[in-house]
Each structure stands twice: as structure tokens, then as C-alpha cells.
Design a protein around this ligand. Structure first.
Ligand SMILES: [Zn+2]
Length: 327
């Protein structure tokens, strides 16, 4: 459980016990400053909650539910977040509650993640209260918030609170290593000082510092995905979704990356330096990944939530890689 999540031993132990004893509460409030990793933590927990294997084996990684979580297409994992700079309005909460009232499509439980829950209006929070007081069996609410005090006491008291802890310097270095960051000791020092204990903040700072922002982070993330490490996807998608121009440029870079790699893997003469991903997947898979990237490029042109589009596309790439391994 919590594969790829560094630190947070207390919260992990508590939730692992609850999942394995099949005693998950109906509502959790995950708190901590921006960049501490609340979103990744919540998704990792949701995967375990929705897994349909026997409790002690959750998450199994193999059941239909685990596969749907891995491909970002689980019909019973609902996510709500405020629009950029806005609040979560009552209509959004009413729609969510209506969706939560229907039968789960996969026959297991259902998890609803409300991100930046402190952005719910007082009206929205009051609308949510009844669902928190009298939950439908099998429904689990996960709320994330930068500060629990920004929520009404009535909401707080109905959730089990899970404060995430800033990472130690050692844990931060583990995160940097997991992201294949090639940092000088001085750069490490500066990052640890600028974003103490906050891996998401450190990583976003780093990509802001880089000349071409998220494009720099793209290749390590794709290499990770092709090696079956999916955890960097969510942080990356969050960054990629923030700026439309960068997002489109990165999608272009992604298409090019796979097109070049597929040509190289098919034996075409090298145009420039060898592709960093050509050796990690076959021609057929790389071609499918290029198509997936082109599809993402099209979707980003519309007004669909760019972060969710990036998440879905990167998870689809992971799925293509997994399927090609099986063949
Ligand atoms: Zn499973």
C-alpha cells in the first residue's frame, strides 16, 4: 500500500490497518500545506479502498478495480475540485451527492475526493453535512485541505483527521532520487531551504526554475511510466495543467518524443541523439503512445480540465505499456 509515497509513516500505518481490517471510516480529512502531497496520498488510499481483493491483500494491483484506478478510468472514484481561483459552489456538491446516491458501477465501494475542500462555500459545506452524517454504506469521502480550521467545525467533527507531516531532509532526497533529478549539492541545499519538507513545492519550484518548465520534467516522468512507476504522474499532471501554453507545448513535445522513439525502434537512421525512451518499449506500443499524445493535444484545445486530461493520457500510456508487456 502507498507504493511510491515517501514519508507519512503515521498516516500510512493508520490507514493500512483500517483497510486490512476492513474498517475504513466513511470520511477522512487529509490536511497539510500546499505541496506536501495530499492529492497523491488520497489517490493511493482510494486505490486500496476500492480494491475488491480480500482486505488483507488490498490493493492487489490485479482486480478490475485496481486496473481501472491505474488507467484513471474508475467509474466509482469521483473527484471534485474548485476551478482555478474559485470556490466549490453548492451545485457542484449537489451533483456529487446525486452521483454518490446511485449504485456503484463496479459493485464495490465508492470513493469521492473533494480537493481543496476549504474552498467550499459555507452553503456547500452545509449541503455536504447530511451525506457525512448519514453515509450510504460503502461510500467513503476523502477531503483535502491546506488548513482544517478553514472548514466548518461540523464538517471537521464528522471526518477522521489525517494531518500529513512535512518530510525530513532524508525523505526529500529520496523523492528527488525517485524523480531522477540530477542535482548538485548546492541545488539540493537551496531546494531543501526553499521548500522545507514539501516535495510537491520543491518539484514545482524546480520546473519553474528550468528554462522550459514542465517540458524538462516530461522525459523523466515518461521513463518512469515505461518502467511501471506511476506515482510521478499526479504531481506532473498538476503542474502541466496549470498553464495552457506550457501544457500545449508539452503535449507537442510528447508527440515528438514518441514519434522519434518509434522511428528509432523501427530502425530508422538517427536524426539526433538517441531517444531516451526508444529502448523502453516496442514499435507498436510507441506508435500507440504517439496517438494517445496526439489525442491529448486535441483535448487540451477544448476547455476540458487540463490536469485531468494529462492524468488520463499518462495513465493510458502506462496501460499501453502494461498490455504490450503481456503480449
Ligand atoms: Zn485490487
Amino acid at each position: 500500500m502507498f507504493e511510491g509515497i515517501v514519508g507519512q509513516d503515521r498516516a500510512k500505518a493508520l490507514l493500512s490497518r483500517a483497510v486490512h481490517a476492513d474498517q475504513v471510516s466513511h470520511a477522512y480529512l487529509i490536511t497539510g500545506p500546499d505541496g506536501i502531497g495530499k492529492g497523491s496520498f488520497a489517490r493511493s488510499f482510494a486505490k486500496a479502498v476500492l480494491c475488491t481483493a480480500v482486505p488483507e491483500n488490498r490493493p492487489c494491483g490485479f482486480c478490475p478495480s485496481c486496473r481501472h484506478m491505474a488507467s484513471g478510468t474508475h467509474p466509482d472514484f469521483l473527484i471534485t475540485a474548485p476551478p482555478e481561483g474559485g470556490t466549490i459552489k453548492i451545485d457542484q456538491i449537489r451533483r456529487l451527492i446525486a452521483d454518490m446516491g446511485s449504485r456503484p458501477l463496479e459493485g464495490g465501494g465508492r470513493v469521492c475526493l473533494i480537493e481543496s475542500a476549504q474552498k467550499m462555500t459555507a452553503e456547500s459545506q452545509n449541503a455536504l453535512l447530511k451525506s457525512l452524517e448519514e453515509p450510504e454504506p460503502g461510500n467513503v469521502f476523502l477531503l483535502t485541505a491546506d488548513n482544517p480550521r478553514k472548514l466548518l467545525p461540523t464538517i471537521r467533527s464528522r471526518c477522521q483527521q489525517l494531518p500529513l507531516e512535512p518530510l525530513t531532509d532524508d525523505e526529500m532526497l529520496q523523492v528527488f532520487a525517485a524523480h531522477h533529478l540530477d542535482l548538485t549539492p548546492e541545488q539540493q541545499e537551496n531546494l531543501l531551504a526553499a521548500a522545507p519538507g514539501l516535495p510537491g513545492l520543491a518539484l514545482s519550484q524546480l520546473s519553474e526554475d528550468a528554462d522550459n518548465g514542465i517540458k524538462t520534467a516530461l522525459i523523466p516522468v515518461i521513463c518512469d511510466i515505461l518502467k511501471h512507476n506511476l506515482m510521478p504522474i499526479f504531481d506532473f499532471a498538476e503542474k502541466a495543467g496549470k498553464d495552457k501554453r506550457q501544457s500545449l507545448e508539452s503535449a507537442d513535445a510528447l508527440i515528438q518524443l514518441f514519434v522519434n522513439a518509434a522511428a528509432e525502434a523501427a530502425g530508422a537512421p538517427l536524426q539526433a541523439a538517441p531517444s531516451p525512451v526508444a529502448g523502453l518499449a516496442g514499435v507498436q506500443a510507441l506508435t500507440e503512445m504517439a496517438e494517445c499524445a496526439a489525442e491529448l493535444r486535441k483535448r487540451l484545445e477544448t476547455n476540458a480540465n487540463p490536469r485531468l486530461q494529462w492524468e488520463a493520457a499518462l495513465l493510458r500510456i502506462a496501460e499501453i505499456q502494461e498490455n504490450s508487456d503481456e503480449n
